[in-house]
Write a protein that binds this ligand. Sequence first.
Ligand SMILES: NC(=O)c1ccc[n+]([C@@H]2O[C@H](COP(=O)([O-])OP(=O)(O)OC[C@H]3O[C@@H](n4cnc5c(N)ncnc54)[C@H](O)[C@@H]3O)[C@@H](O)[C@H]2O)c1
Ligand SMILES: N[C@@H](CCC=O)C(=O)O
Length: 515
Amino acid sequence: MQVEFKNEAFTNFSLPENKKAFEEALAKVESELGREYDLIIGGERIKTEKKSRSINPSNKEQVVGVVSQADQALAEKAIQVAASTFETWKKVPGTSRSRYLTKAAAILRRRKHEFSAWLVKEAGKSWPEADADTAEAIDFMEYYARQMDKLSQRHDLPRIPDEDNELYYIPLGVGIVIPPWNFPLAIMVGMTTAALVAGNTVVLKPASTTPVIAAKFMEVLEDAGVPAGVVNFVPGSGSEIGDYLVEHIQTRFISFTGSRDVGLRINELAAKHRPGQKWMKRLVAEMGGKDSIVVDSDCDIELAAQSIVASAFGFSGQKCSACSRAIVHQDVYDQVLNRVVELTKNLTVGDIRSNDFYTGPVVDDKAYNKILEYIEIGKTEGKLVAGGEKGPDSGYFIMPTVFADVAPDARIMQEEIFGPVVAFCKASDFDHAMEIANNTEYGLTGSVISRNRANLERAREEFHVGNLYFNRKCTGALVGVHPFGGFNMSGTDSKAGGPDYLLLFTQAKLVSEKL
Ligand SMILES: NC(=O)c1ccc[n+]([C@@H]2O[C@H](COP(=O)([O-])OP(=O)(O)OC[C@H]3O[C@@H](n4cnc5c(N)ncnc54)[C@H](O)[C@@H]3O)[C@@H](O)[C@H]2O)c1
Ligand SMILES: N[C@@H](CCC=O)C(=O)O
């Protein structure tokens, strides 16, 4: 019997032995930078002419890896291999499939610091953020393994005389897994392993900025003995192979995490029926956020300020859950704002190869330019009170930025910036605060900082987000503890790391036998 699920502990880097172990992992990873990574289709490694260079965002000169890129012919090959492997993989009992995940989790745990070091180098995560990403990846596998064991048990239905009725959760078929770059290990692992443990086969198209981490995870799956063809690794650009994979008639489902615009495009393409296609494709989409922290008049000011700063600037605001809107009651507005500005000005930004910096760069030049454009927009929509400028030129550094006195309908209050920028908006009372909190097209995370029980109860009902937190930050969901996913334009209302997530990758079959 498996031990009860427990979240992986985070590493305490203030202990010298942990610091030393992480330095060693970084040195090992640095000795491996610049290597080539191939496609993996049906266990076969395939090099292509076209390659993409993955760059360290803290140091634009440093190549993390060189990755072969699939074209449409190779995308087709991957789908064919996934389709034929499905015929055998679907017959492997769920409890056996779950053992592959438990094994892969154990391997990843043994290589934990090494993977976190890759996250420092390829995604620009600070040590604690990288450590949390790796821990979450382990959690997803441990959690979904247990969920699959439960789903594999006999599901008896109410008996009627002379009939034996049973429900089975069977897999769907070939799934296209398209993860984002911002949790390049955890979310990619969660999406991939949920699909495979439920009995599906996968074509994994990793995010274009973080393919090396995904290639490294393929090593883990191979070491765990996952049969060839169950997960096929197909890096390539969204425009070159993304549409092809989504539109393919043998694609049964698409599991996507990323931006609103790409999600909507995939939704449209997936919905169109094509000649020879025998099913309606299922789309599981987890998309963007424009997340608020609401601060009530009766609150702990220090807690409010600390929660805003941690949620807005952890990993430089590059989380779908990040706080980019602080909606503060007029009675405490100046106090909260002043303390946030004070805390923000003390944050350090730099190459997070060193654990001395609070946060590192944003992920690439595209993100860098987009965020700087939003900072310019912010200067016309509010008062710049902290940051607003670039960091050192060696990487894509942007200083944590705070805008005050921003109107509820301003662009920086409505559009996802996905960078270290938070806008402050003054609310006249709690009614007004709730109205502003719900005035975006998203509905992912939110927090309320309040001592007022009636207002908390009201927010529980009215604040329309998938993950609502009280008196804490709005980032950092734990697998199992805080099933994660949002409403409206934040996706298809799924809950990663929750008890019903695996059902999204299955279909229920009833068998009724007359006795
Ligand atoms: N709701 C959540 O759980 C969650 C979690 C993490 C990130 N996000 C969101 O993800 C976004 C940031 O990630 P991103 O920049 O990687 O998003 P993105 O939409 O640019 O890319 C996501 C993935 O889609 C791929 N892609 C791009 N064009 C494609 C196409 N035409 N067809 C198929 N695939 C295509 C990309 O290569 C990548 O793998 C933010 O909006 C963030 O809020 C949401
Ligand atoms: N699950 C993460 C966010 C994932 C998206 O970026 C959190 O809760 O902060």
